[in-house]
Design a protein around this ligand. Structure first.
Ligand code: 3PG
Ligand code: MG
Length: 396
């Protein structure tokens, strides 16, 4: 991949940077600024090189039109604090405000454009519509730096099409993330364990399929585990269940047995009568989930078994919480897994914006892990062996 050095002297040049500033917000308050912090080094490097830095980013999934609930303005404010310098905010993406703000930049100054997803062209499946928006973005820059690792799996105007229109390079964050994920796919130190959680099995099919060829153990928790438990013939009460995936999961279990890949499932779960923070928790064995209760976390016996396997591995990748960690009564499984990752002698990787926010919220520090990826979907697709459009386009 081309790097920023390949772009030559950037003094006085307008450099469009795609960052992933998609942070969780409570109103206009950022509840986890990890992605903003991760975007700072590349922006600073470009500013230090004398570029006029124009940051493009998205927030949430607005419907292709301006929507104040998804404005990037609070994020621009936080970015300015972290950079320690002013950031000008354009109230549109490619309109009058954007042109005015970019024209007003001095060398080394930074601007942020409004949410690129306020324009329908950003995420359009139609190449021409996306291309037309990319043409408009390209008018605002002389070069493009792709640094939003969390969006490189998206074929979108500010990630993909723009790189075909301007001299383009990967930023430091994208390079660092790819370097770590390569270690997981190419020659991981063994034993190599992968911990998967989160609500849906259907989101993880590709990665499970691929990891059955690569990992020594797969540990499954979170809402998706109930489809595994159902595949083993257990009743799951009112827990999350993807009935249409049971056969696929049965196939995975059979393949894992054939290949000698261990699939570690919980032996006990914490159940509740309803999905609520104050619902009374009860721990039950997995073969005795009451028909009128739902599983909201893995149980203590399982948490211990998961932790033992994780901390004894030399390479661990983890994506997705083990339970509803936002409710303190159902956070123990996720916390035990996070703690075990901090004890790995080798490489521990926390994959994903949501998992990253979870570990920080549970009181862990980024430095306790080998690597915290800023991209959930992107890192899973990388591990699936998929071609990521936002990376591929930087190779040419
Ligand atoms: C994320 O939060 O996963 C990335 O920012 C990508 O966002 P998206 O899933 O809405 O494309
Ligand atoms: Mg996502």
């Amino acid at each position: 991949m081309k790097t920023i050095d390949d772009l030559g002297d950037l003094r006085g040049k307008r450099v469009l940077v795609r960052s992933d500033l998609n942070v969780p917000l409570d109103g206009t308050t950022i509840t986890d600024d990890g992605r903003v912090r991760a975007s700072v080094p590349t922006i600073l490097r470009l500013a230090d090189a004398g570029a006029k830095v124009v940051v493009m980013a998205h927030l949430g999934r607005p419907k292709g039109a301006p929507d104040p609930a998804y404005s990037l303005e609070p994020v621009a404010v936080r970015l300015a604090e972290l950079l320690g310098q002013d950031v000008t905010f354009a109230s549109d993406t490619v309109g009058e405000s954007a042109h005015e703000v970019v024209a007003g930049l001095e060398d080394g100054q930074v601007a942020v454009l409004e949410n690129v997803r306020f324009n329908a062209g950003e995420t359009s499946k139609d190449d021409a519509e996306r291309g037309a928006f990319a043409d408009q973005l390209a008018e605002l820059g002389d070069a493009f730096v792709s640094d939003g690792f969390g969006v490189v799996h998206r074929k979108q105007a500010s990630v993909y099409d723009i790189a075909e229109r301007l001299p383009a390079a990967a930023g430091g964050l994208v390079l660092a993330e790819v370097e770590v994920l390569r270690q997981l796919t190419e020659d991981p130190a063994r034993p190599y364990a992968v911990v998967l959680g989160g609500s849906k099995v259907s989101d993880k099919l590709g990665v499970i399929d691929n990891l059955l060829e690569k990992a020594d153990a797969l540990l499954i928790g979170g809402g998706m585990v109930f489809t595994f438990l159902a595949a083993k013939g257990h009743g799951v009460g009112t827990s999350l269940l993807e009935a249409d995936q049971i056969d696929t999961v049965k196939g995975y279990l059979a393949r894992a047995a054939e290949k000698g890949v261990e699939i570690l499932l919980p032996t006990d779960v914490v159940v509740a009568p309803e999905f609520s923070a104050d619902a009374p928790p009860t721990t039950v064995p997995v073969d005795a989930i009451p028909t009128d209760q739902m599983g909201l976390d893995i149980g203590p016996e399982s948490a211990e078994a998961f932790a033992r396997l994780i901390s004894g591995s030399r390479t661990v990748f983890w994506n997705g919480p083990m339970g509803v960690f936002e409710f303190p009564a159902y956070a123990a499984g996720t916390k035990a897994v996070a703690q075990a990752l901090t004890e790995v002698e080798g490489l521990s990787v926390v994959g994903g914006g949501d998992s990253a926010a979870a570990v920080r919220r549970l009181g862990f520090d980024d430095a306790q892990f080998g690597h915290i990826s800023t991209g959930g979907g992107a890192s899973l697709e990388f591990l699936e062996g998929a071609t990521l459009p936002g990376l591929q386009v930087l190779e040419g």
